[in-house]
Design a protein around this ligand. Structure first.
Ligand code: PLP
Length: 369
């Protein structure tokens, strides 16, 4: 039987929560939205939260809130899901990529510092694969920071602050592979009440809360999240700690099962007090091992896997538009070329992890021994 690559935990509590909203007839702009926002903000230690239709929408509105616009530069990571760079383009600003730290795979703070110019409007670190980016190092510059925390629910910084709780606008995503899902959806958390007012207006076509139906005083979008989705999110929040603990347990099994695999790089262990919010289990294949062949052979064993993530600056659209080329960000490019995402979900059993490890061993190592 084939394993899934990812799988949300959904049960009777989620069914009940969604049914309750369905029966209420109040499917949008209802009471579940502020309730989900309040409880989510509490969870990550943020002052404010705004529920929106996706992580991308949250990032887009965050950039607008900190004032990114035409011709500005935003320093960000090329090792991310493409959305974190695309949102910069949505505001006609320029994503300035810098290389990543080889251990954490997050934005290298020294490279970010070296890239700051008079046109830099904001820094956009990504907590990739749920590992906290080095925010204290980035905060020293006094520039606005927008955090892409789409993969990092449950992560904690070395000083004990949960990711999302430092006061910067931080975007979370709720696609079904994430730590918490609403099907599609996202949440922007932030410390500023002014930002919250702007985001709430712009997610609803530019309508302020005290304005009437069809009255709008600024450019906005339809980035609303439904009450159905918020109810689902509330049920997921109730079980979040358990799901995060299960993810960490599965990661521990993987670490043990893959420990002796020569040349295989595993996700970095927590260091210096930083705590990863486990999202995916991504390994980097030993240099010289063909990734596409590995993916094909693993599929033959019923084990799905994915190259994760490709480098954004080498995608055709970014190459053509900005003239990016191989060799610009060597750490990112090496990691992107070797990264392989393995099946990973909270309900995965130790036996399933062992099956993946056996398949990987026979595919990558059998011929070498
Ligand atoms: C790092 C990162 N940024 C942004 C996003 C965008 O989130 P969404 O798919 O909810 O728009 C994702 C989600 O896949 C992500 O992993």
């Amino acid at each position: 039987m084939s394993l899934p690559l990812a799988k949300p935990v959904l049960g009777e509590a989620e069914e009940r929560a969604v049914l309750e909203v369905l029966r209420s007839g109040h499917l949008s702009l209802g009471p579940k939205i502020p309730e989900f926002e309040r409880r989510f903000a509490e969870k990550v230690g943020a002052r404010h939260a705004s529920a929106v239709s996706s992580g991308t929408a949250a990032l887009h509105l965050a950039l607008r809130a900190v004032g990114v616009s035409d011709g500005d530069e935003v320093i960000t990571s090329p090792f991310s899901f493409v959305a974190s760079a695309n949102v910069v383009l949505m505001e006609r600003a320029r994503p300035v990529f810098v290389d990543i730290d080889p251990r954490t795979l997050n934005l290298d703070p020294d490279a970010a510092a070296a890239a700051i110019t008079g046109r830099t409007k904001a820094l956009l670190p990504v907590h990739i694969f749920g590992y906290p980016a080095d925010l204290p190092a980035l905060e020293r510059h006094g520039l606005p920071i927008v955090e892409d925390a789409c993969e990092a629910l449950g992560a904690v910084h070395a000083d004990g602050t949960p990711v999302g709780g430092r006061g910067h606008p931080a975007a979370f995503g709720f696609y079904p592979n994430k730590q918490l899902t609403t099907g599609e959806g996202g949440m922007l958390v932030m410390g500023s009440a002014e930002h919250k007012a702007q985001v709430d207006s712009e997610r609803n076509q530019g309508r302020a809360p005290d304005m009437g139906w069809l009255d709008h005083d600024r450019l906005g979008f339809n980035y609303r999240l439904t009450d159905l989705a918020c109810a689902l999110g509330l049920a997921q929040l109730d079980r979040l700690d358990g799901m995060l603990a299960d993810r960490a347990k599965v990661a521990g099994w993987y670490r043990e099962a893959l420990a002796g695999f020569e040349g295989l790089d595993l996700p970095c262990p927590d260091e210096g007090g930083d705590v990863r919010g486990w999202f995916v289990f991504v390994v980097q294949l030993p240099p010289g091992v063909g990734r596409d062949d590995t993916i094909r052979a693993l599929a033959g064993h019923g084990v799905p896997s994915k190259p994760y993530m490709p480098a954004i600056h080498l995608m055709s659209f970014y190459r053509e538009r900005f003239g990016h080329r191989e060799g610009e960000f060597p750490v990112c490019e090496d990691v992107a070329a070797r990264s392989l995402s393995l099946p990973f979900f909270p309900e995965m059993s130790e036996g399933q992890v062992a099956r993946v490890a056996e398949a990987l061993e026979s595919v990558v190592y059998a011929g070498l021994k």
